[in-house]
Design a protein around this ligand. Sequence first.
Ligand code: BDR
Ligand code: CA
Length: 312
Amino acid sequence: MKMIIDTDPGIDDAMAILYAAAHPGIELLGLTTVFGNVTARQATRNALHLVERAGLDIPVAQGENKPLVNGPIEPSHHVHGPEGFGELTSIDARGTKEEEGAAAFLVRMARQHRGELVLCPVGPMTNIAKAMLLDPEFAGNLAGIVFMGGALDVPGNVTPHAEANAYHDPHALDVVLQSGAAIRMVGLDVTNRVLLDAGDFEALARINPAQGPFLQEISGLYLEFYAGRAQEGCGLHDPLTVMAAVMPDLLGLTPTPVRVVLEGPEGGATRRTTGRAEIEVATACDPELVKELFFAPFRVAASAKVGAVAIP
Ligand code: BDR
Ligand code: CA
């Protein structure tokens, strides 16, 4: 599957990107970056770091640093750390970003891989909305959009109503929801049901000595944040979105027309509506199965390196 991840790395973003890099069924064509957990500049540096760390040679295009309509937002440093990778303060990246911005890059890649490219936005939807405004054929050129965002039947995580990615740019999400693209929404309804705790990160570090210890190190602050909310582990938000793209049957999906509240105290809330095209909303999952499948490519990638175990 040809995929581009639009991302604001971010700890769970890093997990999602390294998962995609390790997955034999995913051909990652590039990363585009956006504000959110960090600034767009930090997101780009972190994305370049992850590309290098994963041994990939793919483009990273920097995108928007503020929402489509609303004023700039403060990055979520209290959740993801001052630089986006927990307590790490020095993050090296030797590569350089593309000269082309994210929206133009997305438009070009969707044309070049017409009907084949799956887009996984796991940050605010700003770059995707910009690409849609730039090229009216963009949505139709994509094979589909599988995005992390929203909360349909559960409370939000930034306000009682809104999930972070939807909250940070509701207008952009609105553009995308009305685009006519084939859309799958992976929101808090499922992502907060799959929790990774310190023991899971220890296991990951054992299973995959190349990437596991890094993910374990950056997850410390993230786990503390969730513990402060009386949650025993971090939600598998962004990784589950990539998994739901490459394994379409992994989650229970309910066709639903969805709108997003644009302003006011409920801004960023995602709601059922009428008179709009249905999108696929992830409403059910088997947390234990998801966890096992999340570990699988890390296990296989590590084994493949030493040539010890055949890919199942
Ligand atoms: C989403 O918000 C960000 O903090 C995470 O990276 C994820 O994309 C969860 O609400
Ligand atoms: Ca994210």
